[in-house]
Design a protein around this ligand. Sequence first.
Ligand SMILES: Cc1cc2nc3c(=O)[nH]c(=O)nc-3n(C[C@H](O)[C@H](O)[C@H](O)COP(=O)(O)OP(=O)(O)OC[C@H]3O[C@@H](n4cnc5c(N)ncnc54)[C@H](O)[C@@H]3O)c2cc1C
Ligand SMILES: *[C@@H]1O[C@H](CO)[C@@H](O)[C@H](O)[C@H]1NC(C)=O
Ligand SMILES: *[C@@H]1O[C@H](CO)[C@@H](O)[C@H](O)[C@H]1NC(C)=O
Ligand SMILES: *[C@@H]1O[C@H](CO)[C@@H](O)[C@H](O)[C@H]1NC(C)=O
Ligand SMILES: *[C@@H]1O[C@H](CO)[C@@H](O)[C@H](O)[C@H]1NC(C)=O
Ligand SMILES: *[C@@H]1O[C@H](CO)[C@@H](O)[C@H](O)[C@H]1NC(C)=O
Length: 524
Amino acid sequence: MSAVSAVVLALCFLGIYMPAPSLATSSGNNDFIRCLLPDVPSQLVLTPGSPSFKPVLVSSIRNARFVAPATTRPPLCIVTPTNASHVQAAVRCGRAHGVRLRVRSGGHDTEGISSRSQRPEVFAIVDLANLHDVHVNPQEATAWVDSGATLGELYYAVAKAAPGLGFPAGVCPTVGVGGHLSGGGQGLMMRKYGLAADNIVDATFVDADGNLLPDKKAMGDDLFWAIRGGGGGSFGIVLSFKVRLAPVPPTVTFFSVTRSMDQGAVEAVTKWQTVAPALPDDLTVRVNVQQRQANFQSLYLGNCSAVVATLRDRLPELGVTQADCREMSWLQYAAYIYFGDAINSTPPEVLLLNRTLTLGRFYKNKSDYVNKALTKDEWEKIFTWPSGGAVEGQLVLEPHGGRMGSIADADTPFPHRGGVLYNIQYVESWNGNSSTPSWVNTLYDFMEPLVSKNPRAAYANYRDLGIGVNKQVHVGGVSSYQSGKVWGERYFGGKNFKRLAMIKGRVDAGDYFRNEQSVPPLHL
Ligand SMILES: Cc1cc2nc3c(=O)[nH]c(=O)nc-3n(C[C@H](O)[C@H](O)[C@H](O)COP(=O)(O)OP(=O)(O)OC[C@H]3O[C@@H](n4cnc5c(N)ncnc54)[C@H](O)[C@@H]3O)c2cc1C
Ligand SMILES: *[C@@H]1O[C@H](CO)[C@@H](O)[C@H](O)[C@H]1NC(C)=O
Ligand SMILES: *[C@@H]1O[C@H](CO)[C@@H](O)[C@H](O)[C@H]1NC(C)=O
Ligand SMILES: *[C@@H]1O[C@H](CO)[C@@H](O)[C@H](O)[C@H]1NC(C)=O
Ligand SMILES: *[C@@H]1O[C@H](CO)[C@@H](O)[C@H](O)[C@H]1NC(C)=O
Ligand SMILES: *[C@@H]1O[C@H](CO)[C@@H](O)[C@H](O)[C@H]1NC(C)=O
């Protein structure tokens, strides 16, 4: 293990095991619920005794790693608001009675912190799934979307109301708008249109005092900057975002080409590293590396013939032909990229609007950004990295360049812009029988000299508590800036992290919205 990761681990343990007092006595807990009831109908407050408590608690958890902890140290209750005043009441009562809130939109947090707390604290979940309206304004090419909507619901509403428009965000349709847009939102149109967060033009927000801030003017420039990529769970609760929609052509093209190591996969990925970020910005080619194979997949905003011609010229190693292509509408693509051939038998709206999850395997993910291409030898080691049998390791490589490279690091909290060739998501999955991830941690150590440095960057939306967690200034006190810097500078860069912490110091000085990786308040 490298020196750096040893330090990170040590901090991590300190953070998790620091004793902290329970925030509320049991009478305080009842007081919290009693406080809610004048403003929130009782059927919207689920306590552990209620039959729907457990089904709702696990409803948006898809990683098996989080189900048991969430149910063994469950929240005091789950508040399921149907309007803004319920959310305001939860914040006011939580503050008055020492109950922390975990806000949940789509529940896809990669460390599960919207559903569980690793701290000895009394907390309630505010689950926004009932707030999921999407209002599209085709003339203006904008939409207001509630935080509790999923990406699938957003994509469907946009395509229905405004054919010819789409929205640049992630590929998994059950991901929630609230968390995804708060942390950035990388997807297959980011090379042309930027992140989801780059396309936020307004928002409504409940602050740490329970005030409703109806627009960005009420929020002020700093807070409005912070919520466009500074990560969910730190500043308050976003109720809805107004987003700018993006033109999409009637036909987009998917292709899929798989190469084994014998078929030149290593050579193709090595070349892809510099070719993909420099392709025309309406062509994105991402790579999945798994089981010693590389699978190349595209989104092209146009017809197949142009893709074939471009790749024949720029990446002939793939040998893409007309037969590898599939042309479809942008709406069909949104379903196809995730569900594949299921779209042949099930209409895209059924797939995209389905919020029911099946519980998946156990997952541990990490991320990196790459600024300098790796060599063929290095890729060969990565392709053959031992996985120990019980686990499955997968790398997802998404190219940057295009619009991503032309936005300044300070324009939003998300700093991974100019100079980035691509990002890596490491995905390790296993079944319940093998208990700790192994492939991902050893490979991550190996990669350290090959990826971004000072600090080694990571993506806030691929949350990884392994890179550091907050410690409190003193027992029960606010999160310390020094402990936050360890993970925060990797997600946001030094300057942006400091600005986020100063904004936090102004809007939530007492650190009410705090969790294992929330932005700590900084007062200068
Ligand atoms: C299967 C899967 C696929 C994914 N694919 C992509 C992808 O293609 N591209 C990409 O960029 N990311 C992707 N992600 C990561 C995803 O963007 C993040 O996990 C995102 O934060 C999830 O948002 P959520 O609302 O579903 O999560 P939640 O768990 O509800 O929230 C995540 C965090 O934000 C906070 N939060 C939630 N709602 C609000 C709100 N309204 N106001 C303030 N804070 C809030 C939560 O407290 C938590 O800290 C994927 C994740 C999964 C599990
Ligand atoms: C929210 O719902 C409550 C009922 O629980 C209702 O009294 C209140 O008027 C609603 N508020 C808004 C802003 O719609
Ligand atoms: C890790 O990424 C994979 C692929 O994107 C996803 O299916 C899985 O849910 C993620 N893991 C976690 C912990 O969210
Ligand atoms: C692209 O596809 C559309 C829809 O199939 C078709 O109308 C158009 O003529 C095609 N354009 C080219 C250049 O092939
Ligand atoms: C919705 O998704 C769940 C989980 O994957 C699945 O079991 C169910 O059949 C789906 N429903 C529809 C209508 O497709
Ligand atoms: C886990 O291990 C048990 C006992 O060895 C075995 O019966 C079971 O099939 C395993 N489960 C999975 C999902 O591999």
